[in-house]
Design a protein around this ligand. Structure first.
Ligand SMILES: [Zn+2]
Length: 161
Protein backbone atom coordinates (compact mmCIF):
# COMPACT_ATOMS: atom_id res chain seq x y z
CA UNK A 1 0.00 0.00 0.00
CA UNK A 2 1.04 3.54 -0.64
CA UNK A 3 2.13 4.51 2.86
CA UNK A 4 4.45 1.52 3.17
CA UNK A 5 6.08 2.27 -0.17
CA UNK A 6 6.57 5.91 0.79
CA UNK A 7 8.14 4.73 4.05
CA UNK A 8 10.56 2.42 2.23
CA UNK A 9 11.52 5.24 -0.14
CA UNK A 10 12.02 7.62 2.76
CA UNK A 11 14.33 5.11 4.44
CA UNK A 12 16.25 4.68 1.18
CA UNK A 13 16.66 8.44 1.02
CA UNK A 14 17.94 8.55 4.58
CA UNK A 15 20.15 5.47 4.72
CA UNK A 16 21.15 4.85 1.09
CA UNK A 17 21.55 8.55 0.26
CA UNK A 18 19.10 8.36 -2.64
CA UNK A 19 17.76 11.72 -3.81
CA UNK A 20 14.32 12.27 -2.31
CA UNK A 21 12.22 13.19 -5.33
CA UNK A 22 13.25 10.37 -7.69
CA UNK A 23 13.27 7.73 -4.93
CA UNK A 24 9.76 8.75 -3.85
CA UNK A 25 8.35 8.77 -7.39
CA UNK A 26 10.02 5.48 -8.31
CA UNK A 27 8.77 4.00 -5.05
CA UNK A 28 5.16 4.32 -6.19
CA UNK A 29 5.45 4.21 -10.00
CA UNK A 30 5.07 0.40 -10.35
CA UNK A 31 1.64 0.63 -8.72
CA UNK A 32 0.68 3.80 -10.58
CA UNK A 33 1.42 2.07 -13.90
CA UNK A 34 -0.08 -1.32 -13.15
CA UNK A 35 -3.09 -0.23 -11.10
CA UNK A 36 -3.98 2.29 -13.82
CA UNK A 37 -3.65 -0.38 -16.53
CA UNK A 38 -5.70 -2.88 -14.51
CA UNK A 39 -8.35 -0.91 -12.65
CA UNK A 40 -8.49 2.33 -14.62
CA UNK A 41 -8.08 1.26 -18.22
CA UNK A 42 -8.81 -2.47 -17.85
CA UNK A 43 -5.92 -3.29 -20.18
CA UNK A 44 -4.18 -5.73 -17.81
CA UNK A 45 -5.56 -8.68 -15.84
CA UNK A 46 -3.49 -7.95 -12.76
CA UNK A 47 -2.46 -4.96 -10.68
CA UNK A 48 1.08 -6.38 -10.73
CA UNK A 49 2.24 -6.76 -14.28
CA UNK A 50 4.50 -4.60 -16.51
CA UNK A 51 5.46 -2.18 -13.76
CA UNK A 52 6.44 -5.00 -11.43
CA UNK A 53 9.13 -6.51 -13.66
CA UNK A 54 12.88 -6.24 -14.00
CA UNK A 55 12.19 -5.03 -17.55
CA UNK A 56 10.15 -2.12 -16.18
CA UNK A 57 12.91 -1.35 -13.67
CA UNK A 58 15.63 -1.47 -16.34
CA UNK A 59 13.81 0.52 -19.03
CA UNK A 60 12.55 3.25 -16.72
CA UNK A 61 15.98 3.57 -15.08
CA UNK A 62 17.54 3.89 -18.53
CA UNK A 63 15.13 6.66 -19.50
CA UNK A 64 15.78 8.51 -16.23
CA UNK A 65 19.55 8.13 -16.79
CA UNK A 66 19.28 9.62 -20.29
CA UNK A 67 17.13 12.52 -19.12
CA UNK A 68 18.60 13.36 -15.72
CA UNK A 69 21.91 11.55 -15.34
CA UNK A 70 23.49 8.79 -13.32
CA UNK A 71 22.84 9.95 -9.77
CA UNK A 72 19.11 10.46 -10.37
CA UNK A 73 18.94 7.10 -12.20
CA UNK A 74 20.58 5.40 -9.23
CA UNK A 75 18.06 6.99 -6.87
CA UNK A 76 15.25 5.94 -9.21
CA UNK A 77 16.51 2.34 -9.35
CA UNK A 78 16.76 2.18 -5.56
CA UNK A 79 13.18 3.41 -5.17
CA UNK A 80 11.84 1.11 -7.87
CA UNK A 81 13.63 -1.96 -6.51
CA UNK A 82 12.51 -1.05 -3.00
CA UNK A 83 8.93 -1.14 -4.22
CA UNK A 84 9.34 -4.59 -5.77
CA UNK A 85 11.05 -6.00 -2.67
CA UNK A 86 8.34 -4.52 -0.42
CA UNK A 87 5.73 -6.30 -2.57
CA UNK A 88 7.35 -9.71 -2.05
CA UNK A 89 4.41 -10.85 0.08
CA UNK A 90 2.55 -11.40 -3.17
CA UNK A 91 3.44 -12.49 -6.68
CA UNK A 92 6.03 -10.40 -8.49
CA UNK A 93 6.37 -11.27 -12.19
CA UNK A 94 10.09 -10.39 -12.18
CA UNK A 95 10.89 -11.82 -15.62
CA UNK A 96 7.64 -11.10 -17.49
CA UNK A 97 7.25 -11.12 -20.52
CA UNK A 98 10.23 -13.48 -20.97
CA UNK A 99 8.73 -15.95 -18.49
CA UNK A 100 5.00 -16.59 -18.42
CA UNK A 101 3.17 -16.15 -15.13
CA UNK A 102 -0.34 -16.96 -14.06
CA UNK A 103 -2.00 -13.67 -13.31
CA UNK A 104 -4.90 -14.40 -11.01
CA UNK A 105 -7.65 -11.81 -11.42
CA UNK A 106 -6.90 -8.90 -9.16
CA UNK A 107 -9.26 -7.95 -6.43
CA UNK A 108 -11.11 -4.72 -6.99
CA UNK A 109 -10.13 -1.60 -5.11
CA UNK A 110 -12.82 -1.96 -2.41
CA UNK A 111 -12.04 -5.64 -1.96
CA UNK A 112 -8.34 -4.78 -1.51
CA UNK A 113 -9.21 -2.05 0.98
CA UNK A 114 -11.43 -4.44 2.94
CA UNK A 115 -8.64 -7.04 2.93
CA UNK A 116 -6.23 -4.43 4.32
CA UNK A 117 -8.64 -3.43 7.06
CA UNK A 118 -8.95 -7.09 8.06
CA UNK A 119 -5.18 -7.33 8.48
CA UNK A 120 -4.26 -4.54 10.90
CA UNK A 121 -0.73 -5.91 11.36
CA UNK A 122 0.03 -5.00 7.73
CA UNK A 123 -1.28 -1.49 8.25
CA UNK A 124 0.73 -1.19 11.46
CA UNK A 125 3.92 -2.33 9.69
CA UNK A 126 3.41 0.25 6.95
CA UNK A 127 2.75 2.98 9.48
CA UNK A 128 5.89 1.99 11.41
CA UNK A 129 7.95 2.26 8.20
CA UNK A 130 6.47 5.65 7.37
CA UNK A 131 6.94 7.03 10.90
CA UNK A 132 10.50 5.62 11.04
CA UNK A 133 11.30 7.28 7.71
CA UNK A 134 9.74 10.54 8.86
CA UNK A 135 11.72 10.54 12.09
CA UNK A 136 14.97 9.52 10.36
CA UNK A 137 14.61 12.24 7.76
CA UNK A 138 13.37 14.75 10.32
CA UNK A 139 16.37 14.19 12.56
CA UNK A 140 18.66 14.83 9.68
CA UNK A 141 16.60 17.44 7.93
CA UNK A 142 15.81 16.98 4.28
CA UNK A 143 19.42 17.49 3.40
CA UNK A 144 18.59 20.77 1.75
CA UNK A 145 21.74 22.40 2.98
CA UNK A 146 24.16 19.83 1.64
CA UNK A 147 22.51 17.88 -1.16
CA UNK A 148 19.13 19.40 -1.71
CA UNK A 149 16.06 17.36 -2.47
CA UNK A 150 17.46 16.17 -5.73
CA UNK A 151 15.21 18.63 -7.49
CA UNK A 152 18.09 20.17 -9.36
CA UNK A 153 18.55 16.83 -11.10
CA UNK A 154 14.90 16.94 -12.16
CA UNK A 155 15.22 20.00 -14.33
CA UNK A 156 14.64 19.78 -18.02
CA UNK A 157 17.75 17.77 -18.62
CA UNK A 158 19.58 20.91 -19.61
CA UNK A 159 22.88 21.62 -17.96
CA UNK A 160 23.68 19.45 -14.93
CA UNK A 161 24.01 15.76 -15.42
ZN1 LIG B 1 3.26 -2.86 -6.14
Amino acid sequence: MLIGHLGVSGLAHRYLKADLVPVLIAGVIPDVVDKTLCYGLRLAPSGRMWGHTLLGLTLSTGVVWLLWGRRTAWSWAVGYLGHLVADLGGQIPWFYPFVQYDFPPSRGFWEMLLHKLQHPAEIALELVLLVWAGLAIGNRGLGISNRGLGISHWGLGIGRR
